[in-house]
Design a protein around this ligand. Structure first.
Ligand code: MRU
Length: 339
């Protein structure tokens, strides 16, 4: 694995994050020792992507324990700090799952808590490797064309996980088998996770790709230029409805119309069986400023208001494959996670 591409790493008492807000211009790291610095980093998308948020949540508990020791917090202050980490962003269930894995170990001490957080990280890398292979096999069994033309939306790569990636893990696996012609990378407005992050990861590995505006994606699919779309997920409801970056559902609708597979790749930690359907998934609403301007300068009229949901929900009927580390479900054919 590309060691430089560790979005999140633990070094004894510090959480080291690749600062994804300044990529691809600069590869910089943020060293985090305080809970509120982590919460701010999560909100600003210094660290982002559902599985990476899960690891951040797990180590967030450890950071809170260390800070509590340094600053003499009482138990209520510690628990409130852990809650702030858990609630820093609402849609990716992995954040809460990561916190909830480590929180019960607060009384067992920092060493035990850090060991559990380390397991969350290692399990994610292993899950990504496994689901990459399952996804590649499923696609190759259903799509005849070689090499493949793939479309992806947002960034579900190494940067969004503990390593390797989910949707990009499948792409990496297919590329390793010599089977990728090109990847259409949606730029992913407004924060450009596609053009800034996915394109950067693919360029580093020499995977042929083309960045397109989000609005081009349905047309690229309907023109017959794509064989399969592969995306990640932030939360998958028990019925298979899938929340992912805003713009995903348009890709899924186009794939259904064109009759090509729409594939969601995600570890089981993204499946939330306690959430019955997509209608119950909380959708993060971000600052209007992200859509009313570009790079800090306003583009919309001063009188205009924005609407900035960060995620959408793709109905299970449009999800041909849900690729996990333990195999592939087919929600569009009624094989759903809650069954
Ligand atoms: O707002 P972001 O950048 O955290 O959104 C990320 C996504 O939507 C990803 O596709 C998803 O978290 C899966 S990452 C493996």
């Amino acid at each position: 694995m590309d060691e430089e591409l560790r979005a999140i790493a633990w070094t004894g008492d510090t959480l080291t994050l690749i600062d994804q807000t300044v990529l691809p211009d600069r590869l910089e790291h943020l060293e985090v020792r305080e809970v509120d610095v982590l919460v701010d980093a999560v909100r600003r998308l210094v660290v982002r992507g559902a599985p990476a948020l899960g690891v951040a949540g797990a180590y967030g508990v450890v950071l809170a324990m260390l800070q509590a020791g340094r600053e003499g917090w009482d138990r209520a202050t510690l628990e409130a700090a852990v809650d702030r980490v858990r609630e820093a962003r609402p849609t990716a269930v992995n954040l809460a799952v990561g916190v909830d894995r480590v929180r019960p170990l607060i009384d067992a001490g920092v060493e035990a808590a850090a060991a559990e957080a380390g397991r969350v990280l290692e399990e994610d890398v292993a899950a990504n490797r496994a689901l990459g292979a399952h996804g590649a096999d499923w696609i190759l069994a259903r799509v005849a064309r070689r090499p493949l033309r793939i479309l992806t939306h947002c960034n579900a790569g190494a940067l969004a996980t503990a390593g390797w990636g989910t949707a990009l893990g499948v792409v990496r696996e297919l590329h390793a088998r010599g089977l990728v012609e090109t990847v259409y990378v949606d730029e992913t407005r407004p924060l450009l996770q596609g053009s800034r992050l996915t394109a950067w990861e693919l360029a580093r590995e020499g995977v042929p790709h083309r960045v397109q505006i989000d609005g081009a994606a349905p047309s690229t699919v309907l023109r017959g230029l794509v064989d399969v779309a592969i995306v990640g997920a932030d939360r998958i409801a028990a019925n298979g409805d899938t929340a992912n970056k805003i713009g995903t559902v348009g890709v899924a609708l186009a794939c259904a119309d064109a009759g090509i597979p729409f594939v969601v790749a995600a570890p089981w930690s993204t499946v939330d069986r306690a959430t019955a359907t997509g209608a119950d998934i909380p959708i993060e609403l971000r600052d209007d400023a992200e859509v009313l301007g570009r790079q800090g300068s306003r583009t919309a009229p001063a009188a205009s208001r924005g609407f900035n949901p960060a995620f959408d929900v793709t109905p299970a009927r449009l999800v041909d494959a849900l690729v996990t580390e333990s195999g592939v479900l087919e929600p569009a054919r009624g094989r759903v996670p809650g069954a």
